[in-house]
Write a new protein. Sequence first.
Length: 439
Amino acid sequence: MKEIFEYGEQVKVPDRVSLESYLYSLWREYKEVWPPKKEDDSLKKRNKYQPFLIFDGELARARNYIGFIHFEDFKVEIFPKIFKNNGDISRELMHRHLFYWFSYCNRVKFPFNQAFLDQCDIYELPELIIYLFANQIHEVISNQPYSAYEEVSEALQTPRGRINFTRYVNRISYCNYHQIDCDYEPFLFDNSLNRTIKYCTRLLLSKARIPETQRLLNDIIFVLDDVDDQVCSSQQLSSLQISPIYGDYEEIVHICSMILENQVYSHENYDMRNWSLLFPMELIFEEFIAGFIRKHFSGKFKVEAQKSNLYLHDDPKTFNLQHDILLTDKETGEQIIIDTKYKPRWDLENSDSKKGISQADMYQMVSYAYRRGTEKVLLIYPNTSEELAEDCTFVVKQGGTDECIRITAVDVPFWSANCYQCVEERLKVKLEHVFSDQF
């Protein structure tokens, strides 16, 4: 599988027309999960749009989505651009970083036991994801087989449950009065959820190439041997209600949703020829930082992600302002606006006095602070090396007054070329230092 990076080198595409058509259809599914940015709405509503690859003739280059694309013979794995200039970092370590970031994200949940990741040595992301899915499903259904009450409609000679008189009257008209149409709810192992799990397992088995993963998937199918084989869709999952007794199955439902929503089926029921899983890195970075702050600093701050209760113009309400993160000190009530910027600031030593910050971002932050009524704004960027860049603060004075808005740009530990575990403590220490300076 070809390894590329966001906005990195180009790769040759064997069939551009078919691949583009596939990506268009993929985006129609993805935009429900990753809504378009407001400024791009008019463009992204068009049928012929996809944000995954940039094409130049028969060559393609990745945009800002990471993950993998499997389409016919075109197979690429896309990694974050922050790793691009660090040739020593292994594919395995990049994967470990991805799943570490995902663990803090609300909208990107990979429901698996962390121990499964620690005990495997799979180096291709699609195979790794299939292995993790298989392990999680296998563990849950083996420890707690799922049965549920499910409505069944059947013609019986002895009444059971509720008699459906509408269907029964219709049956009498055909002289089948001895058969009574009934609706009842038996407690079944062969239910909608198990049929979906079995179908998703067969889809994964069609792609798995590693013997251990194939064994796990075959074991799942064996456990579900009494369950009917049936083609399922993600819409069926949305109507399921899982009893609290089967709490672990909530994660399995999420896994099945990911499998069903991120593929385009071929004509064969269990042939998952085209399968992709892609994530926008801007949102991964934003959600990781928000999740990390919520876990480690919610005792001191009220943490609100995507706070959007203000408008630049109130009557009528227009130009909505949306902060990535809004922190409110629980003791003093002081607030700070945090905006995450997934824009690595390379070579800051040789940069100009703007320190890698765009003018548009500065205008945005000033309007946020002015409308929110706070003087404190924090711009958070991912690190570009093991040694963090120095923090820099820009003071924007409000004309004719002594009041000013302080916009501080900081690099934070987001990855490490040595190990992903060390990011946790380094990031916590960095944020503690930054917050103490701000408050």
